[in-house]
Design a protein around this ligand. Sequence first.
Ligand code: ADP
Ligand code: MG
Length: 242
Amino acid sequence: MIEVKDIDKSFGDNDVLMGISAKFEAGVTNLIIGASGSGKSTLLKCMVGLQKPDNGLVSYDEREFTTMDYGERIDIRKEIGMLFQGSALFDSMTVEENIMFPLNMFTEQSKEEKLERVNFCLKRVNLENTNKLFPAELSGGMMKRVGIARAISMNPKYLFCDEPNSGLDPKTSIVIDELIKEITEEYKTTTIVVTHDMNSVMGIGDYILFLHEGKKFWEGSNKEIAHTDIKELNDFVFASRF
Ligand code: ADP
Ligand code: MG
């Protein structure tokens, strides 16, 4: 479980996050939703240490991350798989080299072990035998799947995905959502997906944290969202239809 407690973050006089607290459980897909600019990516960055919150705590299975020193943080970072916004594959590397990158960085595995792991991950995302292709030769959906394969290469306990559906058609979006949900349930990862896509919310939202203008406005499941009466949330749901 990942817990955030009373997170504040400002950039100058722009208060981006104000007193955000939430608990994200393992084995279910946790979503952070909200309009563009509501602070979703900033919250994710505060959680993984890419931004420093002004106040508040982030803990990974009771291990308090925000106050750790650099060395201890690296140990937790190794347990985090990330699918960055826009996949962010290395263009000059093949699919195989992209997925192997974290293994080269963080492990002492032999070439054979690493290759075996790459092939396992590629098989998991249904992209076998694409090892030698370059990102430019892939479709948008395939790139996301390579991004997911790379994110799971280190067998993460925690999986973060920032806007995994951006730039995808609705059908491919569903495939990617389902893949994230399956992986979460299979490996019992604590998964957090940032999205502003209502289809994802209804499809995979076991737990949903709704941010509005930097504040936590609502939390609940996709089963509850239809029955809520909060104007800001209803406006968001309505706007997401277009
Ligand atoms: P979202 O992901 O929900 O679209 P962001 O977290 O990216 O929102 O941004 C929330 C607000 O924080 C925006 O007003 C954005 O301009 C501001 N912001 C984000 N990152 C930075 C930064 N590094 N420096 C200054 N302002 C930032
Ligand atoms: Mg964002």
